[in-house]
Design a protein around this ligand. Structure first.
Ligand code: GTQ
Length: 355
């Protein structure tokens, strides 16, 4: 008995001595690794992010309401940020990506600026608003995937008679993590249009190049020269993939958006894909280290993420956290857009996937 008490006592003294030591070294801005090692060097990814969905039928009215409270000009960008429910207050949908629903009303202008964060727009609702990127003004339709690469000047406007809502995804948390954000607000609210709508896709993503095009600069660059990867061009390719029997048992018939100059991802920090899940598709489970944002473009179905099931319909945005298993099922033919930080992880050599 005495011996047990003795060891219990010694253990207590040791713990007290350790704590006193931690307190002393803490005053010198030091901490014991051995108390933190398991969290720092975890055996597998521990995501802080929760699976979540924003259903268009629930959020559209709230997005529209913002137009009564602030103009696009005053807001600069009138956007409702989609905050991951487990990361509230941090303006992010995953640890590395920001997402938001941007509204632009007929006649409005969102003034020109540029920043070191890269942006994509994925159009959800409306027709005929435009974005101008470095002098190319592109009119946008649902399903279009539009790039605003790092430091490209951009402004948005709406010359149509209907509101437009799109999903913005930016690498803001990544750029801010590296503390490398710069931004510039231009005096001219609207850029001068210097190119025809579609020039960049026609010149650089059509299997031909304008004679004398500076391909060297394109190849060495990390950014795709294409402004708008239109749904009108991409959607039929999914149909062809399906007919060719190229249907992945996890992802469906899927393409990725590439930089046509080098076949790599369209942007260095964000990678996007478009998939057709044929009617009745019952996908096998999959997981990867890139937390992924999905958008339903057409059809309806459900995605199981971890132990939760999320039913989706057009315009819905949902997120699967890093390393959580997910699997898709589709009712009718359905199209899912997806985007993640996979190119950044690949560049750093840390991306992994598993079945
Ligand atoms: O359209 O330029 O959702 O700069 C957040 C920051 C959109 C934009 C956002 C931005 C933009």
């Amino acid at each position: 008995m005495a011996l047990v008490e003795d060891t219990a006592d010694r253990k207590h003294n040791l713990l007290a001595a350790r704590q006193a030591y931690y307190d002393r070294i803490s005053k010198h801005d030091m901490a014991p690794l051995w108390e933190r090692l398991r969290d720092l060097v975890a055996n597998e990814p521990k995501t802080q992010c929760a699976p979540a969905i924003w259903r268009f039928r629930d959020v559209k009215a709230m997005v529209m309401e913002s137009a009564e409270l602030i103009s696009a000009r005053e807001a600069e960008r009138r956007v409702l940020v989609l905050e991951n429910p487990a990361l509230r207050g941090q303006s992010r949908i995953t640890q590395t990506l920001y997402a938001g629903l941007q509204l632009i009303m007929p006649g409005e202008i969102a003034p020109a600026h540029r920043h070191t964060a890269s942006a994509i727009r994925f159009i959800l609702d409306g027709n005929g608003a435009y974005t101008s990127v470095e002098g190319e003004r592109t009119y946008m339709s649902p399903g279009d995937f539009v790039l605003t690469a790092n430091w490209m000047t951009h402004d948005h406007g709406n010359t149509s008679n209907q509101p437009m809502i799109w999903l913005d995804v930016l690498d803001l948390p990544t750029v801010n993590f590296f503390e490398s954000m710069f931004a510039e607000h231009l005096d001219e609210h609207r850029q001068t249009v210097r190119r025809q709508d579609g020039d960049s896709a026609a010149f650089f993503a059509s299997g031909v190049l304008p004679d004398g095009a500076e391909v060297g600069a394109l190849l060495s660059g990390k950014l795709s020269p294409v402004v708008n990867y239109t749904y009108a061009r991409t959607r039929p390719i999914l149909e062809r993939l399906c007919k060719a029997g190229e249907v992945d048992r996890r992802h469906g018939a899927r393409v990725r958006y590439v930089n046509p100059a080098n076949g790599g991802w369209a942007m260095p920090t964000m990678g996007a894909q478009l998939a057709l899940l044929p009617a009745g598709f019952a996908g096998e489970r999959y997981r990867a280290t890139d937390g992924t944002i999905f958008v339903c473009v057409e059809g309806e179905g459900a995605t199981r993420i971890g132990d939760k099931e999320f039913a989706w319909a057009p315009g819905d945005v949902f997120v699967a956290p890093s390393w959580q298993y997910y699997s898709h099922t589709a009712g009718p033919d359905s199209v899912l857009f997806s985007i993640s930080d996979r190119p950044a992880q690949e560049a750093l050599g840390i991306w992994q996937e598993s079945e």
